[in-house]
Design a protein around this ligand. Sequence first.
Ligand code: SER
Length: 585
Amino acid sequence: MITTNKLKQKYIDFFKSKGHAVIEQASLIPENDNTVLFTTAGMHPLIPFLLGQPHPLGKRLVDCQLCVRTTDIDKVGDEVHFSLFEMLGNWSLGDYFKKESIAYSYEFLTSKQWLNLDKSRIAVTVFSGNKDIAKDTSSIDCWLEQGLPIERIAGLEENWWGPAGDCGPCGPDTEVFYWKENSKPVPKLFDPNDKGWVEIWNNVLMEYNKTKDGRFEQLKQKNIDTGLGVERVVMVLNCLDDVFKVEKIKEIYDFIKGLAKDKENERAIKIVTDHLRASVFILADPRAVVPSNTDQGYVLRRFIRRAIRFGRLVGIEGSFCQLVGKKIIELYKEEYPQLEEKKRFVLLELEKEENKFSTALANGLKEFNRISENSRGLSGKDTFLLYQSYGFPIEMIEEIAGERGITIDIDGFRDEEKRHQETSRAGAEQKFKGGLAEHTQITKRYHTATHILNQALRNILSSDIKQKGSNITSERLRFDFNFDRKLNESEIKDIEDEVNRVISLGLPVTRQSMKLEDALKQGAQAEFGSKYPDIVFVYSVGDYSKEICMGPHVENTSELGHFRIVKEESIASGRRRIKAVLEYE
Ligand code: SER
């Protein structure tokens, strides 16, 4: 058995041997990127660097990143999909390009020294072209050069990655597939739609920038962004045909099966396994959210509630989320110590959500039956009742209706929802429509404003103040710090004035790369509890502030606009939170 850990180690070692530096896992909840609710790929934490900002560790990076993808939620239950999975990635930030990237991938997968996968079971797809961009024939040449036969190379129009918003860096990709069926011979011709083929690796060849007016221009810095699905590769390495048979996932699956009465409904047991695993990792994340009706909290709520519904479907009675949660924590705590550290919180939140929903689910299903008994469809009002009074996520109502062959009046539901002033449900992962470039510009401003605020708090309130958390969206900054009382109005005014004074001074923002210990010696601010690499960037705002930070930042404080604090509140004992905006006339 080749274990998950062994695979990860091999991957990191391989890319280290090719000059790549290892970067830390980022949070599942993106820190300064609100184009998405969750980190859906290793590229999200790296966006500023893909757009050209230098990375302190250089141009070749390698990492392992946990990802959450709600777009695949309906596929969970088959043999290859999860909502939470681990992705190994190697990155070239304007360094090597497709020829080397393809060669590295093929070497790692097939060489005896590394994974030694059977070459005859490998196939690839490349971008087949569209009205804007021609077919990616050079990738075909690169694969042929590696020795892949032409009948194992297929062209697809969908082999295109990004951009996350309407514009930004993007490019064709080339995906590697593996024939996972052990009992069936490998088909002569490669058909990517045949479910026997599983995609294991995606190499994104990021060479274009999509402009606001929809044109594609060549990027100055061509990047490589690859993602290798850890669980899928462990599956094929061990000649398995289902990711739910892989190691720890199988143990969770078997544990849930043990609780179930109907042990034959594999799909339902897989859904419970997947959703509770995702929920535990989201709750244990350093930037954890709790179940709610908005954004990430809503997705988390959907995972837990859907797990409960499918748990009931296979006859699991009584509370079970905590039990499964404990099992998941036990299995993963060595590798992900945050699970043990946050254990109480994770289990408590699972329990609270389960208590809230269990009774409502039973009553709601009765109501569902009653309403739908004599009709082929649910009205907007009925749908809203199930949503509002019984806490059924709308997707769940749609799903149950679909199972019973009845329709729901979704427009009527939306009207009802508006009438009840329900706000900001996260229907899609895509949140910011302005495009990456614009988004990055706004983020930069808030990022620099955060540094100034951090220093202003120390100057005005107390030199002991430390940053305890920060979050930036395109609408505001949020800053958490240690302080034991409410700020009064005149203090808030003083802080605003100080930040605006620094803005109006037009100070340059500069970056230096240095060893972490030197940065700390120089008195650069660091966020308590954050992990930093050995080499870091230190950003200075004139002589006013100095902080360890990955960026990105504006070049001069004069770009920031007018700073205004909109809220100051307590978030825990000895912890305060400020929300502030930058305004332009
Ligand atoms: N961003 C690409 C993906 O998610 C490769 O990492 O597939």
